[in-house]
Design a protein around this ligand. Structure first.
Ligand code: HEM
Ligand SMILES: *[C@@H]1O[C@H](CO)[C@@H](O)[C@H](O)[C@H]1NC(C)=O
Ligand SMILES: *[C@@H]1O[C@H](CO)[C@@H](O)[C@H](O)[C@H]1NC(C)=O
Ligand SMILES: CC(=O)N[C@H]1CO[C@H](CO)[C@@H](O)[C@@H]1O
Length: 510
């Protein structure tokens, strides 16, 4: 009887402890933060219990995106971030809104953003909520890591994206692009003059990352990526059902499927990794290989004696996730912009012809494609694939005149900054690549790859890839926007064309 009472007592204390932790996580800390921000004059829309302002945002967005845009206009902030326009008009340039139980500070002042992203990269990072959302998908790779862990991983992966290593990937990019151009040509010969270019670009960037990551094992790599895409969809669906704390513990249809997909992906990855290790161990080779995976394995071996295989796998998944869709979207939007601006299309084509007459740029020719780079920059400005940067402060931070308490999430609306007339001038919503010729370049107003120590590691990789693909495409075909194209950008984490981008292709004689 006594034992039972003691047991019961322990159980109840444990329960209380858990409850208190949850209460403090979901209620007490956010309320304290709200008060601190209010004392500094930062206010925002009234949150509802549990859901915060998520429902308000969802209903505003579903209203603004319910129809296509009437013309190909790049004035898309009101469509994609209607809540941002509403709340800045009500509460000013800084405001607080609630993503469920997480308070978020919307920050648009470029000086403060620059300071935050450059100075505080180790005391800020990805929030618990964010990490939870991607745990089953990309895991603890460099994109989701924080603090010391992030710093360590960043130093392991960064060497794979610079210098000669980076250059060695160009061959894969050219090969894969050739294949895509062939398949476009074949389609034309079969009488298909209109194509949805987004599909081709998505397949192409998946091919490229698959070959650069896994080299000769890329067939297996492709299978992994197919499963990962499925996993991403399932995780997104599951997170829509994750509305109350603890719901992720319930075994649902999604959770079971997610588990089994994740296991399948990791099994395939393990097979590739194991075969590399075997080759080194039996002495058939003295390095793990020159592809991304090989470099990761080599770096891991250099820095530590034991390989953390889970981390290698997470890193592989992270590269795929962060390097595949973003680049495909950049390419798709750029083709849309060039197709609807024939004058710029011709300018870029002439430049490519002038710089590299065979239509396949070599590495030193890439840096000479200035016009193309300007167009790519303008595309990244108008349609930044990563439309917001979410960060959380893990320590109290002072930013200019702002005191940011530990635990506050910071939300940087890149899209809105890129379309701001005060920063870019009256023509902020127009396609005008020439704006990048002027020397007065303010880095903190242009953030397609974020900024500071925690910017995109794959930035040079992505730009090299985009230039190669666009240069090859533009010297082989001319393209116009199809009458079937419906201009309807939507945000699903990234900015996407809802119905794809249909273009009409015409082969150019070489
Ligand atoms: C046009 C294409 C791309 C865009 C617009 C883009 C954009 C970004 C942005 C905005 C971030 C910061 C995210 C944040 O911290 O919240 C980021 C991080 C990252 N990107 Fe990219 N990216 C692109 C291509 C790539 C490619 C091709 C790779 C790799 C193959 C890559 C790998 C990464 C990784 C690993 C991180 C995490 C870096 C860290 O947290 O230290 N990205 N990217
Ligand atoms: C709230 O946060 C979670 C995790 O970061 C994210 O998946 C979700 O999209 C956010 N919701 C909104 C409306 O921002
Ligand atoms: C494009 O933007 C980058 C910043 O991301 C800048 O450094 C570069 O000079 C720009 N290039 C051109 C040609 O506009
Ligand atoms: C943040 C936090 O403390 N969450 C806890 C809430 O309660 C569950 C159990 O119901 C714990 O597993 C979480 O760690």
């Amino acid at each position: 009887m006594v034992v039972l009472t003691i047991l019961l007592f322990i159980l109840v204390t444990l329960l209380f402890k858990l409850l208190y932790e949850n209460l403090s996580c979901y209620l007490l800390t956010p309320l304290r933060i709200k008060k601190i921000m209010e004392m500094q004059g930062v206010r925002g829309p009234k949150p509802r219990f549990f859901t915060g302002n998520i429902l308000d945002m969802a209903s505003l967005v579903s209203k603004s995106t319910s129809q296509d845009m009437k013309t190909i206009s790049h004035d898309i902030v009101g469509r994609l971030l209607p809540h941002f326009l509403l709340w800045t008009s009500q509460f000013g340039k800084r405001y607080i809104y609630w993503n469920g139980s997480e308070p978020r500070l919307c920050l648009t002042e470029t000086e403060l953003i620059k300071e935050f992203l450059s100075k505080y990269s180790t005391v800020s990072g990805k929030s618990w909520l964010q990490k939870q959302g991607s745990k089953n998908f990309i895991g603890e790779g460099v994109l989701m890591a924080n603090g010391e862990n992030w710093y360590h991983q960043r130093h392991i992966v960064a060497p794979a994206f610079i210098g000669d290593r980076l250059k060695s990937y160009a061959g894969h990019m050219v090969e894969c692009t050739k294949e895509m151009l062939e398949s476009l040509q074949k389609g034309l010969e079969c009488g298909e003059s209109e194509v949805e270019i987004g599909e081709y670009m998505t397949k192409l960037t998946a091919d490229i990352i698959s070959r650069t990551e896994f080299g000769t094992s890329y067939q297996k790599g492709k299978k992994i990526f197919h499963l990962l895409t499925l996993l991403q969809t399932r995780c997104a669906q599951a997170s829509r059902h994750l509305c109350f704390p603890g719901s992720r513990f319930f075994p649902s249809k999604y959770n079971r499927e997610i588990k089994s997909l994740k296991m399948e992906v990791e099994k395939l990855l393990m097979e590739i990794i194991q075969s590399r290790k075997d080759c080194v161990e039996i002495g058939r080779s003295n390095s793990y290989g020159n592809d991304l995976l090989g470099i990761l394995l080599n770096e891991m071996k250099k820095k530590e004696n034991s390989l953390n295989l889970q981390l290698v796998m997470d890193e592989c998944k992270t590269f795929f996730f962060s390097g595949h869709e973003t680049t495909a979207l950049l390419l798709t939007w750029t083709v849309m912009l060039l197709a609807s601006n024939p004058c710029w299309q011709q300018k870029v084509r002439d430049e490519v012809k002038r710089v590299c007459n065979a239509g396949i740029p070599s590495l030193d020719q890439l840096s000479k494609l200035t016009m193309l780079h300007m167009v790519i920059n303008e595309s990244l400005r108008l349609y930044p694939p990563a439309s917001v940067l979410p960060r959380m402060a893990f320590e109290d931070i002072i930013l200019g005149d702002l005191y940011i308490p530990k635990g506050l999430s910071i939300w940087i609306p890149v899209l809105a900054i890129h379309h701001n007339e005060k920063l870019w001038g009256k023509d902020a919503n127009e396609f005008n690549p020439d704006r990048f010729t002027s020397k007065s370049f303010i880095p903190s107003r242009f953030l397609p790859f974020a900024f500071g120590p925690r910017n995109c590691v794959g930035q040079t990789f992505a730009l090299m890839e985009a230039k190669i693909i666009l240069a090859m495409l533009i010297s082989r075909f001319s393209f116009t926007i199809s009458d079937d194209y419906r201009h309807a950008p939507v945000v699903v984490l990234t900015i996407k064309p809802k119905y794809g981008v249909q273009v009409c292709l015409k082969p150019l004689e070489s």
